[in-house]
Design a protein around this ligand. Structure first.
Ligand SMILES: [Zn+2]
Ligand SMILES: [Zn+2]
Length: 352
């Protein structure tokens, strides 16, 4: 073999090695927003799209109640960023207050199914969404206390639910008689379900901004994908390639060779938390700063690290591990407020 042939062989080997690892990046999106079409939100599909386009999001679902907004019918902002898309969707709004986002559907999903069991209504929405080529996010389970973890557990082919929803009346944190959506998540994960936590706005009010309004910018997801297309983003989310946030950004969250590495993106987080209309969860006065929790079976906090990065060794002591990154600061009315990034669970059992 001549030297030039050797060189070509070496170069092609090098190229095949380097091209093995596909390039991914984080895409910011909101999976839940309303428009004037539903009759109780204040902005047109175009104005809602413009808001998210202007605020640096990469994708948006106009998830209207029992109404399919075809993205082709929406006039897009001009000039349009190349890294912004609409994903077709609907908020399937069914009996017994079972609501779900039908993500990346190609047609309207029926919502009229009635049954005395909530689980059957959820299953009907999941099946109808899959028949329309989409995937389901079960929405705001604690809204009107409509859906419990017992209702969710028997459902098949459901991989996402709203762990956090920015609407002021959905009770993410539960009350004295009802568990929080985060506790619900740990119950489902402990009982063997493979389900990922989504954070969304459920925005209705784009004109008046206040803590008790249903405003944009409250909850979003960061999706790790090679491509920004409706299919790629939906597929990535349905396989847990994302984290949920209401204020904290991550630079890294990945598990490799039994180690789980997390790094908080301090610059992006601080930039977000400087915004005037961002509201955290009010808690008792505690130390300010960044914290990273490792959580396992039954929602047990296994360890808490003070700081912006952590590396955890995963073993068989828990059937799943998940990480919650916290930014805590003083609240202007006393006490502290917290913002979070919720990374998706990593499984150590047959769900891996
Ligand atoms: Zn809803
Ligand atoms: Zn909604």
């Amino acid at each position: 073999m001549r030297f030039s042939q050797l060189l070509i062989l070496a170069l092609s080997l090098l190229l095949s090695c380097t091209s093995e690892k596909p390039q991914t990046r984080w895409y910011r999106g909101n999976t839940h927003a309303h428009t004037v079409i539903c009759g109780h939100a204040d902005s047109t599909p175009e104005a809602v799209t413009k808001y998210y386009h202007e605020h640096g999001y990469n994708f948006l679902i106009l998830s209207e109640h029992n109404h399919f907004i075809n993205p082709d019918s929406v006039k897009m902002p001009v000039p349009l960023r190349q890294d912004f898309i609409l994903i077709p969707g609907e908020e399937v709004t069914g009996h017994k207050i079972v609501h779900s986002t039908a993500m990346n559907i190609d047609t309207l999903v029926d919502w009229t199914f009635e049954h005395e069991q909530v689980a059957k209504i959820i299953q009907n929405q999941v099946d109808g969404t899959r028949a329309a080529s989409g995937q389901t996010i079960l929405n705001h389970p604690n809204f009107e206390w409509a859906v419990t973890s017992e209702d969710i557990l028997p459902v098949h082919d459901l991989y996402m639910f709203e762990l956090f929803n920015g609407h002021p009346s959905v009770h993410n944190d539960g009350d004295e008689n009802h568990i929080s959506t985060e506790k619900m998540w740990d119950e489902l994960l402990t009982k063997g379900m493979k389900i990922y936590g989504v954070s969304s706005d459920d925005a209705h009010d784009f004109k008046k901004i206040a803590p008790d309004e249903s405003n944009p910018g409250r909850g979003w997801v960061m999706v790790r994908s090679q491509q920004l297309t409706p299919a790629a983003i939906t597929e990535a989310m349905n396989h847990g390639e994302f984290y949920a946030s209401n204020g904290v950004f991550l630079q890294k969250c990945e598990s490799q060779n039994d180690f789980y590495t997390v790094e908080i993106d301090e610059a992006a987080t601080m930039a977000e938390l400087q915004l005037p209309d961002i509201f955290g969860k009010k808690v008792a006065k505690q130390d300010d700063g960044f914290f990273i929790e490792l959580i396992g079976d039954n929602g047990k906090i296994i360890t808490t690290i003070a700081g912006k990065s952590a590396r955890f060794k995963l073993d068989e002591s828990s059937s799943y591990f998940r990480v919650k990154a916290i930014c805590r600061r003083a609240h202007k009315n006393g006490g502290s407020e917290e913002f979070y990034a919720w990374a998706q669970p990593v499984f150590t059992d047959e769900r891996r």
